[in-house]
Design a protein around this ligand. Structure first.
Ligand code: ATP
Length: 373
């Protein structure tokens, strides 16, 4: 057993229900046997000889012990089957580079890189000085483990981070790989603290130079149950529309993430007009992603704006007239587009408090009919 579960067991933390194993042999063959015995389902990710077995809610990953060589900074590694020692040596931090042999009666932790010592002194430490340059996604990973565990990135490791950042190596990593690290952070309980720390250490600005402002995140520190979108919106909060578009391209954002970014920026830019008529605010918000609106309501510094956005989500967006299209036809409104127009006018009147009952609506419809347009 390797990596996270060994680390967490040594820390006396609950071990997650995904377990990682290294096998000095044919991992896919072992996984197939195990899945048959446990009644699970196997997926083989052939590129790295890694396999996943899903047994109900539990996930077991088995990899063939391997060594990795990075042909150039930020590239995907060249992988070859190897020993457990090599497999531990390819890992990111000493605290993740320990193994527990399962085949012995009294197993002892295999810890070639001082992981137990670093757990004791609460340090995130790389295995070698070139680690971040080999794989700059480890810059984000360092921050994630530091903040998750309440540790400190060691002085030496901080200096290595600076060196990799100064070398511009973050540029070599694809948007998809960076986005994957963001996703992992967004799913953590201390995501806001992690993102703030990544800004402080100049990791986010190295991914995109506009990601320098943690203001939207500051208010989220201490919140533990936000949907991932909330953190994305907080990051997007201070971007210009042009930078938002640029970040979308850099991180190759999928459509739903891109919408949250774009709509958060649109909300910030129009925040000052949210004290107008309810129908106008609603019309504007109807065109935006409810996830972005919910996120913005959480991070807006203006309590009145936040309250109005919440009312929109809870109330205004659900408003519809009491009368239906059929009622309007029966009242003599001509069929076709006119029906839709009158329904919209009724809705506006209802939102703005000009009608409050079905009788009011009928009176308004009569007015519209006699107005004759
Ligand atoms: P945990 O460490 O708690 O499992 P996680 O599930 O978020 O957290 P993963 O990203 O799945 O961690 O990584 C699992 C293990 O794989 C790590 O503990 C580490 O040993 C290794 N690992 C993952 N990514 C890298 C990387 N970029 N470089 C080196 N090792 C890595």
């Amino acid at each position: 057993m390797v990596g996270g579960p060994v680390r967490d067991a040594a820390l006396d933390l609950p071990v997650a229900n995904d377990l990682d194993f290294v096998f000095a042999g044919d991992a896919p063959a072992l996984a197939a046997e195990l899945a048959e015995e446990l009644g699970g389902e196997v997926t083989v990710h052939s590129r790295f000889g890694t396999t996943t077995i899903l047994v109900e809610e539990d996930r077991v990953d088995i990899v063939t012990a391997r060594s990795e060589v990075y042909p150039f900074p930020g590239s995907l590694p060249e992988v070859s089957a190897s020993t457990l020692d090599d497999d531990l040596a390819r890992r990111d931090f000493s605290i993740n580079a320990m193994a527990l042999p399962l085949s012995e009666d009294a197993p002892e932790v295999i810890d070639p890189h001082g992981g137990l010592e670093n757990l004791a002194n609460q340090s995130v430490v790389t295995l070698h000085p070139g680690s971040f340059t080999d794989d700059p996604t480890r810059l984000m990973r360092a921050v994630r483990y530091e903040q998750r565990l309440g540790f400190q990135i060691s002085e030496t490791t901080l200096a290595e981070m600076k060196h990799t950042l100064a070398g511009g190596h973050a540029d070599a990593v694809s948007g998809d790989r960076w986005r994957h690290e963001f996703q992992k952070i967004f799913e953590e309980r201390r995501a806001a603290e992690m993102l703030l720390r990544a800004i402080e250490l100049s990791v986010l600005p190295a991914i995109h130079p506009a990601l320098t402002d943690g203001q939207g995140l500051t208010g989220l520190a201490g919140e533990t149950h936000l949907p991932p979108n909330g953190y994305l919106a907080a990051l997007a909060m201070s971007l210009s529309a042009a930078d938002g578009e640029d970040v979308r391209r850099r991180l190759n954002l999928p459509a739903d993430w891109a919408r949250v970014v774009r709509d958060t920026i649109a909300l910030r830019e129009s925040e000052s007009s949210f004290d107008g008529q309810v129908s106008r605010i609603s019309r504007f918000l109807d065109g935006l992603d409810p996830n972005a609106i919910a996120a913005f309501a959480r991070i807006s510094e203006d309590p009145q704006v936040a309250a109005r956005l919440r009312r929109y989500l809870d109330e205004w967006r659900l408003v519809s007239p009491a009368l239906t299209g059929d009622d309007l036809l029966a009242m003599g409104v001509p069929p076709g587009v006119k029906i839709g127009e009158v329904l919209r006018e009724l809705n506006v009147a209802k939102l703005d408090g000009q009608v409050s009952s079905e009788a009011d609506e009928r009176a308004l419809v009569q007015q519209i009919i006699s107005r004759g347009n």
